[in-house]
Design a protein around this ligand. Structure first.
Ligand code: ATP
Length: 362
């Protein structure tokens, strides 16, 4: 186990800036997830940590000591990639022990470590099988076992579950989380899947264009996104986001969007005026009774996901998605009145969050 500190990491490939000014601290034993869209620099950052790419700027520290001059082998980290190539002619046991054999570890120690790791991952009964005799999920577990077996200081995983089908992915995800509890190893995990990031990560690092946009606990990032990118990237369905202006009318704050008005009651909002973007998540829109201050929306489509329903509606000239219980019944074309708790509103100015209470924890 070790803590990892990145300070001002920058990396260019010719004209492409893959990473710029990346600062990050991962605590000893923490499960940290790097999350962002394709091309944002996640894999490059992981490679820099592992020493497979050298950064142009900044430093990588393990337990406070610079490891910039160490080769990947000497960094004592283990990496699992999306394309985990197991040796097809070797049994699971041989695959698990391969790295240790290469390092000249005595046979009896290898045997012990392989058995312990297989036990941890629940693959003890597969030790004599060849990779072709395993399911996708089992192969994935062997690949993780191969990395785990020598108990590295840091465990780096680059989209390790993306070859698995959705159901299996959800199961292996749970197993991985339980495994982390047991082994307490520091993990840096790369994914572009926000659900994966939110379910796995104790700390989530949202990246875009080679930069860190926000770092925090999943619930903090969900509830207090620092900008409109994070706000819309995290959460499904996507946050409803509207451009418009806030103005005062008889001492009350009102938001005017494209073709609709919203009353804003929150005192913090009262102090604001001017062009903003406001965001509201589907679960924070409630259905209310008709009154003079409730905006009305027209139901356009209903998607039933089994456990709940989503209503896709028209609000002025904008779209609004709201969540309703599974037994709620609505018709296309129906007019409904909505209310939004202003404490649940996200307000952004020039893309940055305005109401900044509680945005970051240490
Ligand atoms: P993905 O989720 O698609 O794997 P990523 O977030 O991991 O994406 P990186 O692979 O780190 O992104 O790439 C970051 C940027 O650097 C991209 O614009 C990519 O095209 C570029 N890049 C990465 N490796 C190289 C390379 N060896 N040579 C040139 N450009 C590269």
């Amino acid at each position: 186990m070790a803590s990892l500190t990145l300070k001002g990491i920058g990396k260019r490939f010719g004209r492409v800036t893959a990473l710029s000014g990346v600062d990050l601290h991962v605590k000893d034993g923490e499960f940290c997830v790097l999350l962002g869209p394709s091309g944002c620099g996640k894999s490059t950052l992981l490679n820099v940590i592992a020493g497979l790419e050298s950064q142009d700027e900044g430093s990588v520290r393990l337990d406070g000591h610079s490891i910039d001059r160490l080769t990947p082998r000497d960094r004592d980290m283990a990496m699992v990639f999306q394309s985990y190539a197991l040796y097809p002619h070797m049994t699971v046991a041989k695959n698990l022990g391969f790295g240790l054999r290469m390092r000249g570890v005595p046979k009896a120690t290898i045997r012990k470590k392989v058995l312990t790791t297989a036990g941890l991952l629940g693959i003890d009964d597969l030790l004599n099988r060849k990779p072709r005799e395993l399911s996708g999920g089992q192969r994935q577990r062997v690949a993780m076992g191969r990395a785990l077996v020598r108990r590295p200081k840091l465990f780096l995983l680059d989209e390790p579950l993306s070859n698995l089908d959705a159901r299996l992915r959800a199961n292996v995800r749970l197993e991985l989380k339980q495994l982390h509890k047991k082994i307490e190893t520091t993990i840096v995990y790369v994914t572009h899947d926000q659900v994966e990031a939110m379910t796995l990560g104790e700390r989530v690092v949202v990246m875009r264009d080679g930069q860190v946009r926000q770092t925090g606990r999943p619930e903090t990032i969900y509830s207090f996104p620092v900008d409109t990118f994070v706000a819309t990237f995290i959460g499904s369905p996507e946050m409803n986001l509207y451009k418009g202006v806030i103005f005062k009318e008889r001492k009350r704050s009102v938001f005017q969007g494209r073709g609709f008005f919203l009353e804003l009651g929150n005192p913090r909002i009262d102090r604001m005026e001017g062009e903003v973007e406001i965001g509201v998540r589907a679960e924070d829109v409630k259905i209310g009774k008709e009154n003079s201050t409730s905006p009305s929306v027209e139901v356009e489509m209903i998607s039933d996901v089994g456990s709940e329903k989503y209503i896709h509606a028209r609000l002025g000239q904008e779209h609004l998605t709201l969540r309703v219980p599974k037994d709620a019944s609505f018709r296309t074309g129906e007019i409904i009145y909505i209310t939004i708790d202003s404490a649940r509103l996200h307000i952004f100015e020039k893309g940055r969050r305005l109401v900044t209470t509680n945005v970051e924890e240490v």
